[in-house]
Structure formats: structure tokens, C-alpha cells
Design a protein around this ligand. Structure first.
Ligand code: IPM
Ligand code: MN
Length: 352
């Protein structure tokens, strides 16, 4: 009987509610296939700051390091948003986790659901056939480059630095993902302006020689932002740097009609982290209103990562069936509106 150690970091706001539905669905999988998922819970984000003074306590990090995978809810609280200069902030917990666990690749799939076509901010014909994967570099670039102040605090700087090694490993992953999908890879950069982007192109061109079966193209990030709105179906896999990936993937995440649908995985070394794309939605916390699908589909990505392919497919099928049946949380404007827990129940039942 395979046994898996999962670190569960529900975090802030609606994080605990949606994660409870994800573990509910994992339990249904465990029952069906005879697996055991051992969950160990640990604090991160604002709740961790309240409990320990740190957004990522040492114990939480140690737990993550010895787990098979990590399920993450959401972090953030408005009391920090009004003070971006606060010394300790929930986001630091997430950034440190990515860095410490070597999670250099963030994978964000974006697909359209036929039954939710009316919810998309784009016209249904533009959403037709949208099915892309954004592969975002996650531990380098301007997020982690040298930053600071000079001139008595009157000049501030953030540096975007990338090494060949950092670019190679993420672009290689882009090629692998593209090969497993429709065989198209788009490198998004700003090579007309930035030196680091020129290195990305150089390295990517070299890698293209060993990956001739993948159709590679290059696109400037400003154009990519337009193209994602005009013709999102043209994209298969996008590979890009940390900051461009943050902006483009958050923009793309609303295309499907609700932010509450989209999962992500952050991978790299050994332990992978699986997390809904949405934030902590503090106003919705504790109200049984949040859509658990993004968290549940993140659990499906976790199953894939543990090489439990049939199990992952089961979860996706159960989600699709529930959506097709017209049930869902309020954000989906469904025929039959359910709360977070009841929607999770429905999906868990579909799995079994
Ligand atoms: C994301 C978030 C984070 C990021 C924040 C919370 C630090 O926006 O995961 O997209 O910018 O990477
Ligand atoms: Mn973001």
C-alpha cells in the first residue's frame, strides 16, 4: 500500500476552506486506490506571523523538506497590504519557500471550459480551443536580484539577473512540456531592451538545436500581453522569466471565467508544491463561498507529480462532470449553487 507524506499549508483567508476540500478529494482517491496520504499541517503567511512572528517558521520549512509533496492554500492579509514597507510580510513566506525548496519552475495551465464560456471576459469564439501552459521561472530574476536604496533613500533599484544555468533548466522544462502537449513553445521576453532577455534567447536558440521536433517561436512580452487577449488559442506552452510570468499568468488566469478554477504546481528539486492561483480573498473567508476547484485541481497536479496518473485523471474527470452538470459555487453562476464544502462533497463523490 503506497503511503505518501504530504505537508499541508492552508495559510490565510479562504486557504483553509479550499484546502479542506482538496484533502477531502484526496481521501476519496485514497479510499478508491488503497493509498495512504499522511497529512501534517503547518502554518505559513499571516497566521504564521501571528503565531511565531515569522511568515515561514523553521518547523514549517523542515516539515516541507521531508515531505513527498506540499499542498498550499493561500497567503495574504489586508492588514499588511496597506503597509508594503512592513518588515515582516506574508509574501516573504512564499518567496522563501520557493527559494529554499528550489522550486524554480511554476506551471500554470489555463484551459477553457465550454460550459463556462459565458463567464469569460472574452467572447466565446476567442476562447474556443484555449489550452495553454505557462512555465514561469520562479527563483531568479528581478524577484531575487540585488535590490536596495541609495542617495539617502531617494533612488531605489531592483536588478534582473539570470545565469545560463537558471535559464537552461527552465527552458528545458518548457521543451519537455511542449513535447508532451501540442509541440509548440513560445519564449516570452523583452530582448529588444533587456540584456538578460538576450541571454534567454541565446540559450534557448542553443537548446532548440536538440529539440527540433518542437516548434519554437519568440515573442516580446508587450506583444504577448496583447496576443493573450486577442488570440489566446495560439499558445501551447509559454516559457518566461519570473516577473513576466507572474503578470502574464495572472492575466491569463481570468480568461477561463473564474480565478477560482486554476491550479498551479511549483517544482524543481524533489518536493513539489501545489497551490491554487487565487489569493486569500480575506473578505470571503469563513463563509463557505470560495470555489474549491483550483485547490482540488492542484491536488490533481500533485497526484500527477507522484506519478499517480489514473488518480489524477479521476479527479479531473470528477471536476469536469460537476461543472458539466451545472453545479458550482457562486462565482460560476451555476444552475445549482453550492457552498464550498458541498461542492467539494460533490466532486469527492464523483471521484469515488
Ligand atoms: C503569485 C503571487 C506571488 C508572486 C506574490 C504573492 C509574492 O503574485 O504567486 O503569482 O508574485 O509570485
Ligand atoms: Mn501573481
Amino acid at each position: 500500500m503506497p503511503q505518501f507524506k504530504l505537508a499541508v499549508l492552508p495559510g490565510d483567508g479562504i486557504g483553509p476552506e479550499v484546502i479542506a476540500e482538496a484533502t477531502k478529494v484526496l481521501d476519496a482517491i485514497a479510499g478508491k486506490y488503497g493509498h495512504t496520504f499522511d497529512y501534517t499541517y503547518a502554518p505559513v503567511g499571516a497566521v504564521a506571523i501571528d503565531q511565531t512572528g515569522e511568515p515561514l517558521p523553521e518547523d514549517t520549512l523542515a516539515l516541507c523538506k521531508k515531505s513527498d509533496a506540499l499542498l498550499f492554500g493561500a497567503i495574504g492579509h489586508p492588514r499588511f497590504d496597506n503597509d508594503p514597507s512592513a518588515k515582516v510580510r506574508p509574501e516573504q513566506g512564499l518567496l522563501k519557500l520557493r527559494k529554499e525548496l528550489g522550486l524554480y519552475a511554476n506551471l500554470r495551465p489555463v484551459a477553457s471550459y465550454a460550459e463556462l464560456a459565458d463567464l469569460s471576459p472574452l467572447r466565446p469564439e476567442r476562447m474556443k480551443g484555449v489550452n495553454m501552459l505557462i512555465v514561469r521561472e520562479l527563483t531568479g530574476g528581478i524577484y531575487f536580484g540585488e535590490k536596495g536604496r541609495k542617495d539617502n533613500g531617494n533612488t531605489a533599484y531592483d536588478t534582473c539577473t539570470y545565469s545560463r544555468h537558471e535559464i537552461e533548466r527552465i527552458v528545458k522544462m518548457g521543451f519537455v512540456e511542449a513535447r508532451a502537449r501540442r509541440g509548440k513553445l513560445t519564449l516570452v521576453d523583452k530582448a529588444n531592451v533587456m540584456e538578460s532577455s538576450r541571454l534567454w534567447r541565446e540559450v534557448t536558440r542553443e537548446l532548440a538545436e536538440e529539440n527540433t521536433d518542437v516548434d519554437l517561436n519568440f515573442m516580446f512580452v508587450d506583444n504577448a500581453a496583447m496576443q493573450l487577449i486577442l488570440h489566446p488559442a495560439q499558445f501551447d506552452v509559454i516559457v518566461t522569466s519570473n516577473m513576466f510570468g507572474d503578470i502574464l499568468s495572472d492575466a491569463s488566469s481570468v480568461l477561463a471565467g473564474s480565478l477560482g478554477l486554476l491550479p498551479s504546481s511549483s517544482i524543481g528539486s524533489t518536493v513539489g508544491m501545489f497551490e491554487p492561483i487565487h489569493g486569500s480573498w480575506p473578505e470571503g473567508a469563513g463563509q463557505d463561498r470560495a470555489n474549491p476547484v483550483a485547490a482540488i485541481l492542484s491536488a490533481a497536479m500533485l497526484l500527477d507529480h507522484l506519478d499517480l496518473r489514473d488518480e489524477a485523471a479521476d479527479v479531473r474527470r470528477a471536476v469536469n462532470e460537476a461543472l458539466a452538470a451545472g453545479v458550482g459555487t457562486e462565482d460560476l453562476r451555476p444552475r445549482e449553487q453550492l457552498g464550498t464544502a458541498a461542492f467539494g462533497d460533490r466532486i469527492a463523490k464523483g471521484v469515488a
